[in-house]
Design a protein around this ligand. Sequence first.
Ligand code: FE6
Length: 506
Amino acid sequence: GCSIPMCRRVHTTSQLLQEAVQTNEPQAYEFQAETRMLLDIVAKSLYSEKEVFVRELISNASDAIEKARYLALQGKELDSSEADMKIHITTDKYDKTLTIQDSGIGMSREELIDNLGTIARSGSKAFIQQLQEGGGADPQSIIGQFGVGFYSAFMVAEKVEVFTKSRLPGSIGYIWASDGCGKYTVEECQNVEPGTKIICHLKVENREFADEQTIKDVIKKYSSFIGSPIEVNGEQANNIKPIWLMDPKEVSPDQHDEFYRYVGSAYDKPRFVLHYRTDAPVDLRCVLYVPEGKPGLFDLNRDAESSVSLYCRRVLIMNKAENVLPKWLRFLKGVVDSEDIPLNLSRELLQDSALIRRLRTVIQNRVVRFLFDKSRKDAESYSKFFTDYGIFIKEGILSSQEQVEKEEIAKLIMYDSSAKPIGEKVTLPEYIGRMTDNQKDIYYLAAPSRELAESSPYFEALKKRNVEVLFCYEPYDEVVLMQLQEFGNRKIISVEKEMRQDKDAV
Ligand SMILES: Nc1nc(Cl)c2cnn(Cc3ccc(Br)cc3F)c2n1
């Protein structure tokens, strides 16, 4: 263990004389007003369960380690002493303390002071906006998003000490301390190891967080996929094997369920699991899930954030990465990991880089192939999937540029058909499989209901010729077929228009 750092600066006589003038109290700072407000909200009411402060401190520690790993990969000159890239948690029931120490990038004085303020400032504005929009800010997401998670420690601690030293060479160690009620102190400190150590002096009513088992259970619940090893009193407490790097055959359904809930911040289970890897045309390891639950209105929104996290060599590059999937696949949750992704990927780069476009095409084609196989192997569950998620597939067809892509996605669409009882839908490939030799084209009829479709004179004529007709009850379904125009070298023809032309022809 490290020695208790002496927090008194080594003074020269002149400094001593100088100091004698000032009080030798550490410099006390006041939080800016908006910081106070947000932090009070965070500390008092924002969390459903107090235990999430452990998750927040661990994710900060993990981010700090990832950041150090990432900078080292970039060739940045770092002080790598004691960098075991692990998160060490120690509990002490007698002192009622919980200590979380990481050998991550550590903080400079500015970061110590600014981080809280800046994050809080950006957090409070956006947070209040969300509240005002009445969008019902989901408390959990607010905190993780704005990184004010650190401050949640004050839900359970009467005092928090932060020992930190930045890994950038020549940095000085500091101790930050506060009781969370508005004042905090910052002082230089000797013998601080690079990284960050946070000591939570727990309130007597929250002393359960000084219990080892309690902490282990919280880690298992929230932080089992954190990319760094987490040790509690010296014993590893998380399985750090990222599931997407495992051999698909080795992953159990339970592990998928747990991972799905973790990456998708979801509470249901996956309906379908696509776990695959390829190294051409791009290096790609991914696990993608279709949720069991139906998409909510919020999910249908094209601006809903993505639930796909982007990794590169296990370093989390971006969670909720937009543009990794085409918009119409935004219902998928999971992880995409590609070694070809530049580490310095920025959100702007994500917008239009050729690599991401290639990645997106590869993933889209693989997902379509997976779902198409499902439609043939497990027609029942595919049909249910289409009932819940068909809206996205129709959007995919309408929003694709090239005909080839449209027809690729159109393999997944389903329609009621005159060849099947009500409610039993068919895919276009299935329709084509039943076409008789002399039939050249695919026919559809738009009508508000099956009864009206079957009683239409247009339909009668085709029925006599034993030609299968697809039925569109929603305008949206008709638009899709009109826009698709053809599929598999067959024209897609509206019976109504066809017959009218004939009549005109006559
Ligand atoms: N572990 C760890 N490592 C790093 Cl590099 C950072 C950077 N910000 N934070 C959150 C935070 C912000 C202000 C204060 Br005071 C304490 C605190 F934990 C970090 N936590």
